[in-house]
Design a protein around this ligand. Structure first.
Ligand code: HEM
Length: 136
């Protein structure tokens, strides 16, 4: 597995662990209310599990297994950029509401997530090809 996929997948597993823990707290709180502040964990739960876990896991595995150009994966810089941006975005958009940050912080987080999607698409685009196809 390439180094970048290890980073993507390890980061995704951290978000999974924290996101499910918060989900479990939310679920418990729905059954037996014990602390109203638990509802403030909902945006973090959603952000960590949707983007931090699901999207990031898909990026990590896609970077690893999509077709290569002989032994090369092409220009890896946009994929590394995507890794940085998605984690920045998840932290800003997920932790921002919890810490009472201004909505600009959440907007910046969303922009970082969109940037991550664009950067990853830029990297992976030419690797989306049928078997035996020439390098685009
Ligand atoms: C990949 C896994 C998961 C994803 C993507 C996910 C995503 C979401 C989303 C998008 C919401 C907001 C729904 C809404 O506002 O209508 C939500 C709410 C919630 N999730 Fe998760 N979730 C996941 C796993 C879990 C798990 C494992 C638990 C419990 C152990 C959990 C517990 C909850 C609870 C209690 C709510 C609040 C429901 C309510 O508004 O009454 N989630 N989740």
């Amino acid at each position: 597995m390439p180094r970048l996929s290890c980073w993507f997948i390890r980061a995704a597993l951290i978000y999974l662990t924290v996101g499910i823990t918060f989900g479990a707290l939310l679920l418990f709180h729905k059954g037996i209310p014990f602390a109203p502040f638990v509802w403030r964990l909902l945006p973090v739960h959603v952000e960590f599990l949707l983007f931090g876990w699901t999207v990031q896991l898909a990026m990590g595995v896609a970077f690893w297994i999509f077709p290569r150009f002989w032994r090369s994966r092409g220009n890896e810089t946009p994929a590394w950029l995507a890794f940085g941006l998605i984690n920045l975005g998840v932290c800003l958009a997920g932790l921002g509401p919890l810490l009472g940050a201004p909505s600009l912080v959440i907007l910046l987080g969303r922009l970082a997530e969109a940037g991550a999607a664009a950067a990853f698409a830029l990297h992976i685009w030419s690797r989306v090809k049928p078997p035996g196809a020439q390098i685009a």
